[in-house]
Design a protein around this ligand. Sequence first.
Ligand code: GTP
Ligand code: MG
Length: 469
Amino acid sequence: MLNTLQKEMNQFINRGLDRSLRLAVTGLSRSGKTAFITSLINQLLHINRVDNSHLPLFDPARNLRVLGVKRIAQLDLSIPRFEYERNLNELQQKPPHFPQSTRGVSETRLAIRYQRQSGLMSYLKETGTLYLDIFDYPGEWLLDLPLLALSYQQWSQELSQLFNDKRKNLAQPWLAKVAKLDLTALANEDVLAQIAQDYTDYLQACKERGLHFIQPGRFVLPAELEGAPALQFFPLLELTTEQWEQLKNNANSKSYFSVLVQRYEYYRHKIVKKFYQDYFANFDRQVILADCLTPLNHSRQAFDDMREGLTQLFKNFHYGKRHLLTRLFSPRIDKLMFIATKADHITSDQVPNLISLMRHLVQKGGSYVEFEGIETEYSAIASIRATQQVNVTQNGQKFKAIQGIRSSDLQQVTVFPGSVPMKVPNEAFWQTNKFEFDQFEPQPLEPGENIPHLRMDTVLQFLLGDKLD
Ligand SMILES: Nc1nc2c(ncn2[C@@H]2O[C@H](COP(=O)(O)OP(=O)(O)OP(=O)(O)O)[C@@H](O)[C@H]2O)c(=O)[nH]1
Ligand SMILES: [Mg+2]
């Protein structure tokens, strides 16, 4: 009798102790979000499988307080399930492959059962369950966030400031058509569709050249909106302020100009805002991933472009609580982690530099204020470690080097990846330094083994440690 009562009481308490945590994994395209989520799930699922030595710095695993981790049915049944099995399967192929680029949203839910160690009732040895929700999406869509605060005119003017020679060259066919368009004439849907297609082609060309600043992001990855008129507009880059005023005063609601404004507003409110409300508004914690190494390879422009993309995102955090986007993002976020990904491309002695570079990218010009009331940390990791670090002796001197299968020629190579700049590089730096951070293929993964990683345990500790207390 007493036993039953005690059991019921325990169950009652346990239910009350269950917690949930929604994690936002944020990052520009190719920053490593899908790899990160895949690895995070994998590391958690491998707890207690052998000896937890894969997560030495994740206290709940080391102290054996995690009792079990399961993937369970997600809350929102209308969103596709995150393709964990497919991604894992890719990594277990011979030869293994990285997960594919993401084309739509997906979600996953994990239940982590743990032994409580603190709290009033801890003498009852109660267990708790932490439900962890994570969702994945194409990085391109993130760059639409700044649109929420911009009118059509403001958006066009911001883009025209970014419009350097490289972009201008790529945009020629589109620019030529816009130049011929009488914006006050009655809009023809087909003409708009064609010009929007030229604009989309231009954005694709930017993407192929490693440029990150691509707006609107849906144009290059439309998913179910492919061909929809909501995606058939474009910015007007070459208008003077007087021309803007004249066009705005032109009352014809069916003119090209008016239709462009209407479609932009539709896109902003119905697509971008909805996306953020549905997925970003209720997060508890956020990680922001950035690949700082690949853009260093491409060119100064690619690097600056990524920096601009990140700055555009971060500047929305800077104004405290009043700002619209901060309201959307931060009401419940209590922890934020900036993570430089793909740290297996460099030797371990360069990791502090990589973290420092990331910090400089985020804290542009030192004008950065700590996010109000949000615990913030910086880290560098490899979600899916593709290389091994080795020591090489050359002319009597010892060097650290990395070894792996280089993607460009599928050869096993040992390379000195060189040094990572501690700060955002200046002009002189670009002239004297050449970066070659090779891409590597993932290491073979046998069934049952956890995905090799670097410092995923520190990420888990920061994000989940206190929730599994
Ligand atoms: N060496 C190494 N490469 C990585 C790692 N994580 C990601 N990559 C590389 O980066 C590419 C992009 O990673 P994803 O995880 O697909 O990036 P994403 O942010 O999901 O990209 P989108 O879905 O296109 O927005 C991969 O295909 C790998 O080539 C890592 O930990 N180590
Ligand atoms: Mg992805």
